[in-house]
Design a protein around this ligand. Structure first.
Ligand code: GLN
Length: 548
């Protein structure tokens, strides 16, 4: 282990969505290929204490960690690219930082001092960054937002100071910028990058490397020009060219020599990189034997970012089966019993993902019915599982008024309901909640154990009896209905070890029909596709072969 821990700070310029999170994740992956241990942290400038209460339309998916933190979706990239499991210490927002400073102020911990952005907020940020100390060889710290934003200034000031505190040989700044190709001029333009770096230098940070997002390779001349204006060498300007597949990024950075240069700068000696697993992965992705089409029936379907981990987990399921997975996004608000057949006619599998609220629920129920009756492989995740239970209760078990109290508080038969009181097996705390409870922090969050029943889709997929998966929901399967649903043929294939909480439901006499209360997508990785996604895609592909 390189001592002390080295820090790489990643900032972004010009505009958002340039792939700062992916770039950070890919750098981590490359350093792991050199035998180093890495960790990550995302510092987000917004005031929300965590993204748990934010609309996925605005902010993309909320990524959930084992310890139950609701975090920025970039943590999902980090976990998929590198061999890390992250938690609450890996994501800080302005809200979280201020919350802790204000709490200390109220407790009188500042001894009568005036509490200010510098040094109190910046010290709190530096303390947060230092949580990575000694946990890894290299900590990659990504600053959210774009240089020039008012709100990210305290974070930038903190990372500027950090270099002096930690020693300049232990700190590296990487700035991701944009070099657009302007078709009318027939040229790549460097001015936005120049301005962004000027702004960063105005704050006191001289980037060591520039990652230039662009759609073509930067020529030597362009690199020279950027280098001249941005006070770096030509070798420190790296092309971050658009790629077809995100898993190409580590190899692309390697081809630009980025890992060698980072190690040289941080004065770390390692052996040659072991990149085979990345090249083999790409080989597999680029040469599928066939393809399958999966429908995702949901509410946030317009914005791919809101189902980031889910989309990736499906890709991984495809990798495991050597098939390309084509996704068809079906807006559940636009389908009904009549139109369902048409919308789902040519798909090989139906997936209903997680979600909140009653909008679009009837469309989701129709799609479950369609998949169940037509024996199309079905995968319901969280809300998707709850909807599958409602559909089964109504149409198979004859409980006509079955519903979730999320959709109808006065449902006659609440097969899915809000537990007013529940014992958290992890903490021993009895939680109490009702429909008026705070929205933040009142969910079952993070990893919980689940025991699998023999001879079920779930048990066959996992190949083990006890699993642990991540949760993020308020409502639960109502055990009052367990017996009547089981009598009608519903299989409870997974439950908490004390049998209190139903975790997985299935139906028999179907190629593959499974709903789970947890979110398996958070733990899937390209190198280790999640067993449920692997089996769902396998079943979907068999469905395709059968239909031929
Ligand atoms: N809205 C449901 C609940 O709170 C499902 C949540 C989800 O799908 N993540 O239980």
């Amino acid at each position: 282990m390189a001592t002390p821990t080295k820090y790489i700070f990643v900032t972004g310029g010009v505009l958002s969505s340039l792939g700062k999170g992916l770039a950070s994740a890919a750098i981590g992956a490359l350093l792991e290929c050199r035998g180093l241990t890495v960790s990550f942290q995302k510092l987000d400038p917004y005031i929300n204490v965590d993204p748990g209460t934010m609309n996925p339309f605005q902010h993309g998916e909320v990524f959930v960690t084992d310890d139950g933190a609701e975090t920025d979706l970039d943590l999902g990239h980090y976990e998929r690219f590198a061999n890390v499991r992250l938690g609450k210490d890996n994501n800080f927002t302005t809200g979280k930082i201020y919350h802790s400073v204000i709490t200390k102020e109220r407790q009188g911990k500042y001894l009568g001092g005036t509490v200010q952005v510098i040094p109190h907020i910046t010290d709190e940020i530096k303390n947060a960054i230092r949580l990575q100390e000694n946990k890894c060889d290299v900590a990659i710290i990504e600053i959210g937002g774009t240089i020039g934003d008012i709100e990210s200034l305290p974070f930038l000031e903190a990372i500027r100071q950090f270099r002096t505190d930690a020693g300049k040989e232990n700190v590296l700044y990487i700035h991701l910028s944009y070099v657009p190709y302007i078709a009318t001029a027939g040229e790549l333009k460097t001015k936005p990058t120049q301005h962004s770096v000027k702004e960063l230098r105005g704050i006191g940070i001289q980037p060591n490397f520039l990652l230039c997002r662009t759609n073509q390779f930067l020529s030597d001349d362009i690199k020279k020009k950027i280098a001249l204006f941005c006070n770096v060498t030509k070798e420190e300007v790296i092309t971050a060219k658009d790629v077809d597949c995100i898993y190409e990024v580590p190899l692309m950075f390697h081809a630009e020599g980025l890992d060698d240069k980072i190690l040289e700068h941080l004065n770390i000696w390692t052996g040659a990189p072991r990149l085979e697993q990345w090249s083999q992965l790409l080989e597999r992705i680029r040469n599928p034997k066939d393809e399958v089409t999966i429908a995702i029936v949901g509410k946030y379907v317009e914005l791919k970012e809101s189902y980031k981990s889910l989309n990736e987990a499906l890709v991984h399921g495809g990798i495991a089966n050597n098939v390309k997975v084509n996704l068809v996004f079906v807006d559940s608000e636009t389908i009904s019993e009549k139109t369902c057949n048409e919308a789902l006619a040519n798909v090989h599998g139906v997936l209903v993902p997680g979600g909140f609220g009653s909008r679009g629920v009837s469309g989701k129920i129709c799609s479950v019915a369609f998949a169940r009756e037509n024996k199309i492989p079905f995968f319901g995740i969280c809300l998707g599982m709850q909807v599958a239970v409602i559909e089964f209760a109504r149409h198979v078990a004859g409980i006509a008024n079955a519903n979730s109290t999320e959709f109808d508080e006065n449902a006659a038969d609440p097969v899915i309901y809000l537990m007013r009181e529940w014992l958290d097996s992890k903490t021993g705390i009895v939680h109490k909640r009702d429909s008026q409870s705070d929205k933040g922090g009142t969910m079952r969050l993070g990893a919980y154990p689940c025991a699998l029943a023999p001879d079920t889709f779930a048990r066959n997929a996992y190949g083990t009896e006890l699993i642990s998966e991540r949760h993020r929901h308020r409502y639960e399967f109502n055990n009052k209905y367990r017996k009547s649903l089981e009598d009608a043929g519903l299989v409870i294939s997974g439950a908490s070890p004390d049998e209190e909480l139903v975790e997985i439901v299935e139906i028999k006499d179907h190629p593959w029909f499974l709903g789970c209360q947890f979110h398996p997508e958070f733990k899937s990785r390209p190198m280790a596709p999640h067993p449920l996604f692997r089996e769902f895609i396998r079943a979907a592909y068999e469905q395709k072969l059968k239909a031929k």
